[in-house]
Design a protein around this ligand. Structure first.
Ligand code: ACO
Length: 189
């Protein structure tokens, strides 16, 4: 899988890409779609800066060093997404096990912490490829009870994306986010 040997150049490219008006690039890219390739690759100490950059650009939440330290140890649960060998997205998951109430058994859930793609590269199937990867892990493991994630209540695009794959809002948590508005989050499962 491609590993960037020139991280700072790649980061510059990511920053520039995020400044471009997304609709223009998306339509142009869709026209050349037959010549494009989407891959997922491992997160390694060599390319983790690229994941940090993508997350900084894509999410309003700041993820700290501990998050990335855990990601580096999470193996298949974290992936970078490449569009023609350029990093344009990433997905990071973890396993959550619920505390069972009396008489019940613990539930093993796959929690999607982040799944995002740079704006100019959206609606090209990159999010789908990352979610397919997550669902493959769940299928192969066979012991997960569900896949769960939080989405900010005003994030219409993400809600439509996840609903398309059968996710449903199972709960809405008030004041879930600390530093961003709106602070409420839907829980999707
Ligand atoms: N509006 C309506 N439907 C959408 C949208 C949208 N903005 N985005 C995706 N969909 C639906 C469509 O049905 C689409 O198929 P189509 O393009 O053939 O109509 C289908 O989902 C698949 O779309 P993809 O191209 O695979 O998804 P994309 O690569 O654009 O990624 C994502 C979707 C990840 C939500 C992207 O918009 C993104 O990165 N957003 C910012 C970050 C974010 O909000 N992440 C998710 C919430 S946080 C979390 O997951 C934990």
């Amino acid at each position: 899988m491609p590993d960037s040997s020139n991280t700072s150049t790649a980061i510059d490219l990511l920053s520039k890409a995020s400044e471009v008006v997304s609709e223009e690039i998306t339509s142009e890219t869709k026209e050349i779609a037959p010549y494009t390739r989407i891959d997922l690759g491992d997160v390694t100490p060599h390319n983790i800066k690229l994941l940090k950059k993508v997350n900084q650009v894509v999410f309003p939440v700041v993820y700290h060093d501990k998050f990335y330290k855990d990601v580096l140890e999470s193996g298949e649960y974290a992936k970078l997404a490449y569009y023609n060998d350029v990093v344009v997205g990433g997905v990071c998951c973890r396993i959550d096990v619920t505390n069972p109430e009396e008489g019940q058994i613990a539930k093993k859930k796959l929690y999607i912490m982040t799944l995002g793609c740079l704006a100019p590269y959206r609606r090209l199937g990159i999010g789908t490829q990352m979610l397919d990867h997550v669902m493959d892990i769940v299928d192969k493991d066979g012991k997960f009870n569900s896949v769960v994630l939080h989405v900010q209540i005003n994030n219409e695009g993400a809600l439509r994306f996840y609903k398309r794959f059968g996710f449903e809002v199972v709960e809405t948590k008030e004041a879930y986010y600390k530093m961003i508005e709106p602070a409420d989050a839907h829980v999707l499962e």
